[in-house]
Design a protein around this ligand. Structure first.
Ligand code: FNR
Length: 197
């Protein structure tokens, strides 16, 4: 069997998924700030999922086009960044639904071996730490490569991201810049040992 290996030199295509569908999402504002802070070797593109119906396995025999498109969008990316709030000590149902769509039909899990990182913003002090643990468990089951360090739990305070999209607190700005640089390095490492097919 011949396996075609896709070249994966930078720049990398990085899909980002915002775990909130809220119009006023602080996680979307964080994601946009991260796009601005990312190294030039990362080309960030949002992967949307808000139009996906609720998954159940009856769809497996004939996946709807919207789900095929979602899977194709994930597949096209070299890596995926999750920027998500915590809902009730887990992740929002809409995000879990999207992950479930990507994982099926059985044997066609689009997440397998994908380099990923996660980050989240909350008005609460522990800034999505518990929700991220829940996301990590799901991604581990789906054979996803996860950056485990640095972790990033953003306590989102009024004015942290200005109207121009810039992060106003220097220490946070530098932390986020480092986070994206680390994610770039992690992506390059994973793609070296697990080439995309
Ligand atoms: C929350 N929020 C929340 N915050 C938190 O730190 N831990 C939690 O478990 C929860 N749970 C939770 C459940 C539900 C249903 C909602 C609507 C909210 C608060 C949450 O962090 C806050 O609303 C953020 O603004 C949500 O992120 P976005 O949508 O602004 O990106």
């Amino acid at each position: 069997m011949q396996i075609d290996i896709i070249e994966h030199e930078p720049p990398y295509r990085i899909g980002y998924i915002v775990g909130s569908l809220s119009r006023d999402s602080i996680n979307r504002r964080l994601a946009e700030a991260l796009v601005a802070l990312a190294p030039a070797e990362m080309q960030l593109e949002e992967i949307s999922y808000g139009d996906l119906p609720l998954y159940n396995r009856d769809f497996d025999a004939d996946y709807p086009q919207v789900a095929r498109d979602f899977k194709a969008a994930v597949e096209a990316m070299d890596a995926v960044l999750f920027v998500t709030p915590e809902y009730n000590r887990s992740i929002p149902g809409a995000l879990k639904n999207a992950i479930d769509w990507g994982s099926r039909p059985w044997g066609q899990n689009v997440w397998a071996n994908k380099p990923t990182a996660m980050i989240g913003a909350s008005a609460g002090q522990i800034g999505t730490a518990v929700g991220q643990q829940s996301l990590r468990a799901t991604l581990a089951f789906l054979d996803v490569r996860q950056m485990t360090s640095p972790e990033a739990y953003i306590h989102f305070t009024e004015g942290l991201v200005g109207d121009d999209g810039a992060v106003t607190v220097e220490s946070t700005r530098e932390f986020l810049r480092t986070f994206m640089q680390e994610f770039l390095d992690f992506t390059a490492r994973v793609l070296t040992v697990v080439p995309r097919h």
